[in-house]
Design a protein around this ligand. Structure first.
Ligand SMILES: Cc1ncc(COP(=O)(O)O)c(C=O)c1O
Length: 451
């Protein structure tokens, strides 16, 4: 074990007290600290525990390590940047990598996308996109368009904008008095009665997009700035859009001058078969957000892509006036840019951004083979995303999936993610068929043995 790996180890006499200083995000702190699951190092498809036990990564970390772990070209690029340009402001200054990366990202998205705005996370990307939408309308003399429409069960990060348009009640209820005021929500698209065990996009549910017409009739289109949805809802448990649903949203928003924002923080960078989810699903938004896979999860970074005309609408007034009063100290941080440039090259060299399309059928068959396994009530998939929904124990939502997660980690050496009683899977895009067999086979074994 090298020195850095050792830093990831707990001292042999570690106790709960040693873990107490870290207030862990989105974690049942007491439960975790009673049964810690520590990851000390990683390489390619695997994590390694402090004791050196290999754990197959079924979740690309947190939907982000698309190129696999600790890939040398990315590691080298980050080290090189750290030693040559540790930081450079992008307020009133710039550095070449930020401009080069923007050019490459815009080329990857293709027309009509023409500009990229950098952030440090998906949450910041979402809040930036929402602000951009409001400012865009104002710049065009439609400043009364202030309403934002999100979707039930949507996860758009944890900024006040993101939780306001988002639709996960646990993330909202504590802050309900402080959410953005002018927000409404579309219904979610999850319906087991109609769509259980759909392979790819479910056939039923396009009509749920018509709810947008109802919201427009209620609020009037002239008050609505933007609609934001994840093309595939990820964090809530992989809800794949029904056939025709996103197209309807596009038609309705376009007809009413409302911007359509796709939150591609999970679907961006090859997760469902094309570089971006909108390309795979064939529906082009006005703005879209990314993070995670932008540099394979190595250095915090997010971004908003804007289609042609949006940036131009801001470019008014005296040339010396700042057009958009928004940005972050670390927007386009050199280390994040270097990591992203190296990641894009690796994606390109290894064909990773279309690999999910190549493996999608194999992945789908493997996952759906779990049908009939104890506790399973639904299986769904698209690209290299998948979910296995379990029946909840009476009065204990999430307990069964938690048990599965712990058993998977300790007994089977696989890392799976759970939300409520849904197990979500999204392996790194370098995954091989043998890894898929191992992941799904071991998950089946876990499900057969938990209560
Ligand atoms: C669709 C979506 N939007 C936004 C976010 C927030 O990203 P971050 O955790 O980087 O702030 C996430 C994170 O999972 C996400 O899945």
């Amino acid at each position: 074990m090298n020195d850095i790996a050792k830093m990831g180890s707990l001292a042999p006499d570690a106790t709960d007290t040693d873990l107490s200083a870290f207030w862990m995000p989105f974690t049942a702190n007491r439960q975790y600290k009673a049964a810690p699951r520590l990851l000390a190092r990683a390489q390619d498809m695997h994590y390694y525990t402090p004791e050196g036990r290999a754990v197959l990564d079924g979740t690309a970390g947190l939907w982000c390590v698309n190129a696999g772990h600790c890939r040398k070209p990315i590691v080298d690029a980050i080290a090189q940047a750290a030693g040559s340009l540790d930081f450079a402001p992008t307020f009133q200054m710039g550095h070449p990598m930020a401009f080069e990366l923007s050019r490459q990202l815009v080329a990857l998205a293709g027309k009509p996308f023409s500009q990229v705005f950098f952030t440090n996370s998906g949450s910041e990307a979402v809040d930036s996109a929402l602000k951009m939408a409001l400012a865009y309308h104002r710049a065009r003399g439609e400043g009364q368009r202030t309403r934002l429409i999100g979707r039930e069960r949507g996860y758009n990060g944890v900024g006040f904008g993101g939780i306001s348009v988002g639709g996960i009640s646990a993330n909202r209820k504590t802050f309900s008095g402080a959410l953005l005021p002018a927000v409404d929500h579309l219904p979610h698209t999850h319906d087991l009665a109609h769509n259980a065990y759909s392979r790819g996009q479910p056939a039923w549910g396009a009509h749920l997009a018509d709810e947008l017409e109802r919201l427009i009739a209620l609020h009037d289109a002239s008050t609505i700035a933007a609609v934001i949805v994840e093309p595939v809802a990820g964090s809530t448990g992989v809800l794949v859009p029904p056939v025709g649903y996103l197209r309807k949203l596009r038609e309705i928003t376009e007809r009413h001058g409302i911007l359509l924002i796709f939150d591609e923080v999970i679907t961006g960078f090859g997760r469902i078969g094309q570089p971006f989810g909108f390309q795979q699903l064939g529906v082009v938004p006005d703005l879209f957000t990314v993070a995670k896979g932008i540099n394979s999860g190595t250095v915090p970074m997010g971004a908003v892509f804007a289609r042609e005309g949006i940036y131009d609408a801001f470019m008014q007034g005296p040339a010396g006036s700042i057009e958009f009063f928004h940005g972050y100290t670390y927007s386009a941080h050199p280390l994040a840019c270097a990591a992203s440039l190296a990641t894009l090259k690796l994606y390109q060299d290894e064909g990773l951004l279309t690999r999910a399309a190549e493996l999608a059928a194999y992945w789908e068959d493997a996952l759906h083979a779990l049908k009939g396994t104890r506790h399973v009530i639904d299986i769904r998939n698209i690209g290299l995303m998948g979910a296995v929904e379990l029946e909840s124990r009476a009065g204990a939502v999430g307990a069964r999936a938690y048990d599965a997660h712990v058993k998977a980690f300790f007994d089977e050496g696989i890392m799976i993610r759970y939300t409520g009683d849904i197990i979500a899977l999204s392996p790194p895009l370098i995954v091989q068929k043998a890894h898929i067999d191992e992941l799904v086979g071991k998950l089946g074994k876990v499900l057969a043995t938990i209560d």
